[in-house]
Design a protein around this ligand. Structure first.
Ligand code: ADP
Ligand code: MG
Length: 697
């Protein structure tokens, strides 16, 4: 790599030490190389001029040449605005300014031709453009069109005139100086095979593309490269682990057979059987298993988890299941307990609220091997918790555990790492699974148990509340049970608590003949458990609750899930909640209650829920709406911190990157071939830059 790429940005004309420092602080730009990799987040289409007739509300910002024919100030106070009519040979359009009115009014001259640039939007039954950019027509600005890069910047930078345009100038300068020194890190045979644009050209065209096609090719090349590095790293970790870490061989099927013959409560679905086979194959392979188990809500992950436990228990080892919350571990405990009992196995639960005296007994039982299965929260990770021999660690992640925590579980077996099975409560999109869990093998339960009737989901506005109540009455009269869920957000905890208690009173008044339970986060654990149990036994008909019931509750007789203020829930949460019904033989319903006023995003969420029951599809929509960082929480965002690739859109490129990385590593595992030296160097550089990665291994 040439020295020129490490030249400080101070030396870019117009930058200097003060602005240089600001750019460092605000954008992390230190040298020429950083500037080259500071990518525009979009391009403005200045390639062609439109006629006014061609403008539609569906287009992005576009440019056109027109004269001003009318200008007037309308309204007063906060409603004051400047409205102009721009006209060309084909038609006219309204331009509106709400700010800087006097300046614009002074600057604009009637009957002079300007180049306008702005986004047409529909306003009533007309089109208009608010705050268009404009400049008078000159001999040059109507000629050559281009795709103009738009760079992210900050208020502090703008105050020093470092706006998108200024950054574009810096980039242009650096490109002329540094371009000849940019090496190609990818092997030539790969570039050829995948028809990748050379690196230097891709950088140039990503910033200043001559046309949309070259921009697309540049973006493809750089996105591929970025995802390729990630996959090379993940797959190296995976391969390395497979070689380094032996796993105890579990092939004693005595317990398994006994369970299948005497205690299996239902026929397993084909998907469950397939997944169990995949896991069993890992467990007898002699290398440590690291597998992700995905399945939609209600697909039956619990029994799969239990059967996997039997594989290790059969050989005298122990199993642990770690969940992110107390409620979830309680639920896992409750659903595993009957299976364990039937098999004569010892199972216990350990959480933050387990009493010291109980803990002592528990620790002892674990160390002596009397206890076979331990379920709990991250309390399991404490050093005091020692197993006789932990053979299988199941982690129910729900996006909440970091990779570091996961690896801590492994060290619970001093002689040999336990096999690790990671589960997620709701499906995660394929691209995220491939990235966040790219070092794991993946099993998917892609089938629901037979006989389930798809849940009917309805979206009701407040105006239909009477109808809702009628429906609840009808269902309860038929012997069914109903959940009514209220949102609980930490910032407005008091208000939310009031909403749920008010809701409870309302329901009690509306249905004096029914028994109603209430469960919310602020209630005492014992009260919660008592109310849950009453509802589970069918002693109460309606359960009013906050999202504490989001996870785990399994009451097949409950057929209606009413979600109040549904617009305040995320998609994954809505899907989880809905998964609480539809577990029995009766038709189930999910009713989403909202106000009429909804944001566009909330509307999409609700429409998605009404349209589909498929958790994988819902997860994809969620990713598109929120982006990968928000979806997975901040904990892992480092891994998802991609500069150019977009996990919501670049699924195919990611797939290609993973395949290519697999093939390359199969041929040259440690990147020793001469043609892979440039790549190896680049990877090392990247690894140093992201210390984050080291936690993974
Ligand atoms: P999840 O994957 O959401 O954790 P669970 O393991 O809680 O799903 O299973 C949901 C419900 O389906 C439970 O009541 C469980 O007993 C039942 N179940 C699981 N597998 C089957 C099956 N193969 N046939 C019928 N019912 C099943
Ligand atoms: Mg579950």
């Amino acid at each position: 790599m040439s020295k020129i790429l490490h030249t400080s940005i101070e030396f870019i004309p117009g930058v200097g030490p003060t602005k240089g420092l600001l750019l460092q602080k605000e954008l992390g730009l230190f040298n020429y190389q950083d500037v080259l990799h500071y990518y525009p987040f979009r391009h403005e289409d200045r390639t062609r001029f439109y006629t006014i007739q061609e403008l539609t509300p569906n287009m992005p910002a576009v440019q056109f040449v027109a004269k001003l024919v009318n200008m007037q100030t309308l309204g007063g106070g906060r409603k004051k605005r400047l409205v102009c009519i721009a006209k060309d040979q084909t038609g006219s359009i309204e331009l509106v300014w709400f700010k800087g009115i006097s300046w614009v009014a002074r600057y604009l001259k009637p009957n002079v031709a300007y180049v306008f640039f702005g986004k047409p939007t529909r306003f009533g039954n007309k089109l208009n453009i608010a705050h268009p950019e404009l400049e008078p027509v000159t001999s040059t600005n109507t000629l050559s069109g281009q795709l103009k890069p738009v760079y992210p910047t900050t208020e502090k930078l703008k105050a020093k005139h470092l706006d998108s345009k200024a950054i574009g100038k810096m980039v242009a300068f650096v490109l002329t100086k540094a371009l000849p020194y940019i090496n190609e890190p990818l092997p030539a045979y790969l570039c050829q095979q995948l028809k990748l644009m050379p690196k230097a050209e891709a950088l140039k065209h990503l910033h200043f593309p001559p046309n949309a096609e070259l921009l697309q090719k540049a973006r493809f090349r750089l996105s591929f490269e970025e995802l390729f590095y990630v996959q090379l790293q993940l797959l190296s970790i995976k391969n390395g682990r497979a070689q380094k870490f032996k796993g105890r061989v579990f092939n004693n099927t005595a317990l398994l057979t006994k369970f299948y013959h005497n205690h299996l409560p239902f026929e397993l679905t084909n998907a469950q059987k397939r997944v169990i086979k995949e896991i069993y194959k890992d467990m007898k392979s002699g290398t440590q298993m690291n597998r992700l188990l995905q399945g939609d809500v209600g697909s039956g992950k619990t029994i799969v988890a239990f059967i996997c436990m039997l594989m290790v228990l059969g050989s005298g080892a122990q199993a642990a299941l770690m969940a992110p919350t107390e409620i979830l571990s309680e639920q896992h405990y409750q659903s595993l307990k009957p299976y364990a009992r039937a098999m004569g196995l010892q199972i216990a639960k350990l959480t933050g609220s387990t009493k010291a005296s109980e803990r002592k007994k528990l620790h002892l039982a674990l160390e002596t091997g009397v206890l076979h299965i331990l379920v709990g929260t991250h309390a399991l990770l404490e050093d005091k918790v020692q197993f006789k021999e932990l053979g299988l660690a199941i982690v129910d992640e729900q996006h909440r555990f970091g990779v570091a925590q996961r690896s801590k579980l492994w060290s619970k077996n001093k002689d040999m790492f336990p096999h690790v099975l990671v589960m997620t409560a709701t499906p995660i999109p394929r691209t995220l699974a491939m990235t966040l869990y790219g070092d794991l093998d993946v099993s998917v339960i892609d089938e629901l148990p037979a006989g389930r009737k798809p849940i009917k989901t309805l979206h009701y506005y407040e105006s239909k509340r009477l109808r809702l109540q009628g429906f609840i009455k009808q269902q309860v009269t038929q012997g069914r049970q109903v959940y009514v869920v209220y949102p609980l957000v930490e910032e407005s905890e008091k208000l939310d608590l009031k909403a749920v208690t008010d809701g409870y009173e309302l329901i009690k008044r509306a249905f004096p003949q029914f028994h109603v339970s209430i469960v919310h986060g602020k209630a005492k654990a014992a009260d919660k458990a008592y109310e849950m149990e009453r509802f589970a036994k069918g002693e109460t008909h309606i359960m009013v609750a906050t999202t504490v019931i989001e996870v785990g509750v399994n009451i097949p007789n409950a057929t209606v899930m009413v979600i109040e203020n549904a617009e305040r829930f995320g998609l994954a949460q809505l899907h989880q909640l809905r998964g609480r019904v539809g577990r029995g033989a009766e038709q189930s319903y999910c009713i989403l209650m909202t106000d009429v006023k909804l944001s566009a995003e909330a509307r999409t969420r609700l429409q998605t829920m009404v349209r589909t029951n498929n958790g994988f599809e819902i997860a994809e929509t969620d990713l598109r709406l929120r982006g990968p960082g928000d979806l997975m929480g901040t904990q892992q965002s480092g891994v998802l911190d991609l500069k150019i690739a977009d996990l919501a859109k670049d699924g195919q490129i990611l797939q290609l990157a993973r395949q290519t990385a697999q093939q390359l590593l199969a041929r040259d595992e440690h990147l020793e071939l001469p043609e892979h030296q440039a790549l190896k160097k680049e990877l090392n550089k990247q690894q140093k830059a992201q210390a984050n990665w080291s936690i993974i291994s």
